[in-house]
Ligand binder design. Structure first.
Ligand code: ARG
Length: 563
């Protein structure tokens, strides 16, 4: 039970005749300052019922509430301020963590239902961009968060392995490429060809026609085109997998756009049957003016299908395959309209589950305030960022803890963790400017700081040889520990909030706050002093290790025991 629930229960006992338990709960507030207690009840809403001034009501209620449940209850004007009984709560929370360990904060809301998460989804033959990094780490974290509340996540990499860009690439490769160059550095070379194509096509528009023709061949199953496509795809995936390996992310499905090639006819047939397709200058569209949206372009005049056609096929396939409770698409802000169109077309088709599709947008990563663009060759290479962050972590470890075992592994967990955490710590919709120096700062509100705090707490437990005990006295009633206990107690609620908003930053912020509170505690309290409360203090340290590790896990970070 959280504090609001405890207060609601006690308060309800004395206002039963006039308010429901739920009404009481909804009226309770979290005071801004600790001077006003842990939970506050404004008595205004009872003024009408009791026909008394709220101040008087507050004063009378205070005398009726079971005093044992609280340390004290203060009446301040129309407010009742509840101060929780610190000792009782610390005991309860610490016992619960000892009992449940990493399962602390788990919920069963999801009831085992599946949630496909469309995430990462980079485009073949292009470097995995910072935008795709965002999708990868946000999606991965949302997967863990949903799993924690009882859903079964299905991580799907909807690879951009189909589309007119392959026509362009084939043209560029045949004109200016070589097999050896692609083999040596696949993505770099394919990217060069792609950038070249766009530069040259600006002066020579006929190249665009050639590219279109090659893509048509590919769609028609031409052997040469298919073989080149497959080769570009294989080489690109090798490089993507290196990055996924570094990030520690894995997928349940790598079905990209091409997977739906043979599933598109059904979409078109269904649309035709429902009389939703309209001709527009030779192309076929679905009119969405009723939704205040631009028409969805389903098929071009040359018969080629489009991005949204494949997404329609993918949505149908996912509903059939996973019978999902919700389907999530972790894709940048700039595709908001696309997903609105997707949902609208599905609704028009009569699928009520269109409501369960959620686009989870996120903001842009910029460099020096400017947008990054593959076409102009303005990109940040993710693999380089991860390797550089790891190197910096290694240098720090060599300096601070030269005798540490597994230095390479820890350096990778910390370096990669820094990059992931930096991405997840702010509301996902915020844009941010990418600055490697800042990402790998190991102080302040960073992943390494949280990891380091976890390792420090682990070392205290090891030194004290602490054994958790569900029956020991873990009563802590002092102010210092209360700040930590409150954050531990809030954890289950925090997980629910993160899941409800699909917002990993809620978890990251909790991790930072808990790390800060614990470091303050550590600075002010002698944990290892032999006195009656030593076991309780160690249980608090233990609680911190469990919850910090779980915070990190939900974000996709490792929590090394030593660093
Ligand atoms: N490959 C696309 C891109 O890089 C993202 C795909 C997102 N997923 C989807 N089902 N549309 O922009």
């Amino acid at each position: 039970m959280n504090n609001k629930e405890i207060v609601a229960k006690e308060l309800f006992e004395v206002v039963k005749d006039d308010l429901t338990l739920e009404q009481v709960q909804n009226l309770l507030e979290n005071p801004k300052s600790a001077d006003h207690g842990d939970v506050a009840f404004p008595a205004f809403s009872l003024a009408k019922v009791y026909r008394k001034a709220p101040q008087q009501i507050a004063a009378e209620l205070a005398t009726k509430i079971n005093p044992e449940a609280f340390e004290k209850i203060e009446v301040v004007g129309p407010y009742l301020n509840f101060f929780m009984s610190k000792g009782a709560i610390s005991q309860k929370v610490l016992h619960q963590i000892v009992k449940e360990q990493a399962a602390y904060g788990n919920a069963t809301i999801g009831a085992g239902q599946t949630v496909p998460i469309d995430m990462s989804s980079p485009n073949i033959a292009k470097p995995i961009s910072m935008g795709h990094l965002r999708s990868t780490v946000i999606g991965n974290s949302i997967g863990f968060i949903m799993e924690k509340i009882g859903y079964q996540p299905v991580r799907i990499n909807h690879l951009g392995d189909w589309g007119t860009q392959f026509g362009k690439l084939i043209v560029a490769y045949k004109k200016w490429g070589s097999e050896a160059a692609v083999k040596a550095e696949p993505i770099k070379e394919l990217l060069r060809l792609y950038v070249d194509f766009h530069e040259k096509a600006e002066k020579e528009p006929a190249l665009e026609d050639e590219a279109r023709a090659w893509f048509k061949k590919l769609e028609d199953g031409d052997a040469e085109a298919t073989q080149l496509w497959q080769w570009f795809r294989d080489e690109s995936l090798k490089e993507f997998n290196k990055i996924y390996g570094l990030l520690g992310v894995s997928f349940d499905s790598m079905n990209g756009e091409a997977f739906y090639n043979d599933k598109m006819a059904e979409v078109v047939t269904l649309l035709e049957e429902k009389h939703l397709l309209k001709e527009d200058q030779g192309a076929e569209i679905v009119d969405l003016s009723a939704y205040d949206l631009n028409p969805a372009l389903i098929r071009k005049s040359d018969g080629a299908t489009l991005y949204i056609t494949r997404d329609l096929a993918a949505a149908l396939y996912r509903k059939r395959t996973y019978d999902f409770a919700q389907a999530l698409y972790v894709v940048g802000n700039e595709q908001t309209n696309h997903f609105k169109q997707l949902k609208a077309v599905l609704k028009e088709m009569g699928f009520d589950w269109a409501e369960d599709i959620h686009h989870i947008p996120f903001g842009l990563i910029t460099k020096d305030g400017k947008k990054l663009s593959t076409r102009k060759g303005k990109i940040i290479l993710l693999e380089e960022v991860l390797l550089e962050a790891t190197a910096l972590a290694k240098a720090q470890i060599a300096e601070k803890n030269p005798t540490l075992e597994n230095q390479d592994q820890v350096a990778q967990e910390v370096g990669v963790g820094a990059v992931i955490f930096h991405d997840l710590k702010n509301d996902r919709l915020n844009n941010f400017d990418f600055d490697l120096e800042e990402v790998v700062r190991f102080e302040g509100e960073t992943g390494p700081y949280v990891q380091y705090t976890h390792a420090r707490a682990m070392s205290i437990l090891a030194k004290a040889d602490f054994t958790p005990d569900e029956t020991a006295d873990y009563t802590l009633a002092d102010e210092e520990s209360w700040e930590v206990i409150k954050l531990l107690q809030k954890y289950p609620e925090t997980v629910l909030q993160a899941a409800e908003k699909f917002e990993p930053s809620v978890i990251a912020k909790h991790g930072i706050k808990l790390a800060q509170a614990f470091n303050k505690y550590y600075a002010n309290v002698k944990i290892l002093t032999d006195d009656a409360e030593k076991a309780a203090r160690l249980a608090l340290v233990h609680g911190v290790t469990v919850v910090l590790k779980e915070d990190l896990r939900l974000l996709g970070l490792q929590a090394p025991d030593k660093m």
